[in-house]
Write a protein that binds this ligand. Structure first.
Ligand SMILES: [Fe+2]
Length: 305
């Protein structure tokens, strides 16, 4: 099960002299715990937050969230505003992305040299009662797996900030991936993954190297995506699985490996989030990574690289 580890707002400032604290934070995350800050541990201008609170999302049934791609400085999922509004929103999300990444590079220094910066998101919709297809629902327990961005065994780390001035963001967490794998991996509906034949692996590896990342889905990525859908559709686990309820108050920040922490978002509106893909080479507790857990159970390699 997941525990909440609360840290003081000034924690990162001390990290420079004490690298063992950064390793401790990494280890807490890798054990399936949530690092929680009761405030926003980096600077975000008040006017920027006020602007975000006035935004409503367009095409909500098509796009889950408004996404920002830091590498291309590109905004998607937002089509409602004037060119000035679009530019302002992009600028604010760029700022959040930069500050959150800078903060994480101090808090979790061992990861920073090899991580890949993924998307930033803004979630302006009320999660409670949201009408959306089952595989996209946030209010059902799941561990994250991205259909279009396979990680090949690397880890999905997410930084969340609740910018709602009055309402908490409410999560449930259940068992962590190691416990879920012991419960479900190898069952009739979730047979253990198998390695691809040599030729297929070689072709997929070439596709990845040539830039067709979404095609280069390893046996690990295929199993994790299937498991994401399986767990959301598992009525008994959703209704009766063990659970802990967390309320993340206004202007708080939390971090978790969401491929390890099973989570369901019950309610809340207006959150910012930054995703970082952490190289499995830089983990402190590599044996606890989902890919290692599955490889132990399956008895074979499940990655392309
Ligand atoms: Fe999720």
């Amino acid at each position: 099960m997941t525990h909440l580890v609360e840290l003081p707002k000034d924690w990162p400032a001390e990290i420079g002299e004490q690298p063992e604290r950064a390793r401790w934070c990494c280890s807490q995350l890798e054990m399936g715990n949530i690092l929680f800050f009761p405030g926003i541990p980096f600077e975000l201008p008040a006017q920027a937050l006020e602007f975000l609170l006035t935004q409503q999302q367009s095409g909500a049934r098509i796009h889950k969230n408004i996404a920002y791609r830091p590498a291309q400085n590109r905004l998607t999922g937002y089509a409602g505003g004037s060119p000035e509004q679009v530019a302002r929103l992009r600028e604010i999300m760029r700022l959040y992305s930069q500050r959150a990444i800078q903060f994480a590079s101090e808090l979790l220094a061992p990861y920073a040299a090899h991580w890949h910066v993924d998307f930033t998101s803004f979630r302006p919709q009320q999660e409670k009662g949201r009408q959306i297809r089952e595989s996209a629902r946030n209010d059902l327990f799941h561990v994250d797996s991205f259909p279009t961005r396979p990680t090949d065994g690397d880890r999905i780390l997410r930084i969340f900030t609740n910018i709602n001035p009055s309402e908490p963001r409410v999560w449930l967490t259940s068992e962590t991936f190691d416990e879920l794998a012991a419960r479900f991996a190898g069952s009739e509906s979730m047979p253990l993954p198998r390695n691809f034949a040599g030729l297929r692996r070689a072709v997929l590896r070439l596709a990845g190297a040539a830039g067709f990342k979404s095609l280069a889905r390893s046996p690990y990525d295929r199993w994790m995506l299937r498991f994401h859908h399986f767990l959301k559709a598992h009525r008994d686990f959703q209704a009766n699985g063990p659970r802990t309820r967390w309320e993340f108050p206004p202007n708080s920040t939390w971090l978790a490996f969401t491929d390890m922490v099973s989570h369901a978002v019950l309610s809340g509106q207006f959150a910012l989030e930054q995703t970082l893909i952490i190289s499995r080479q830089s983990l402190q507790l590599a044996e606890k990574a989902p890919v290692k857990i599955l490889e132990r159970l399956a008895g074979c390699t499940l990655t392309l690289s």
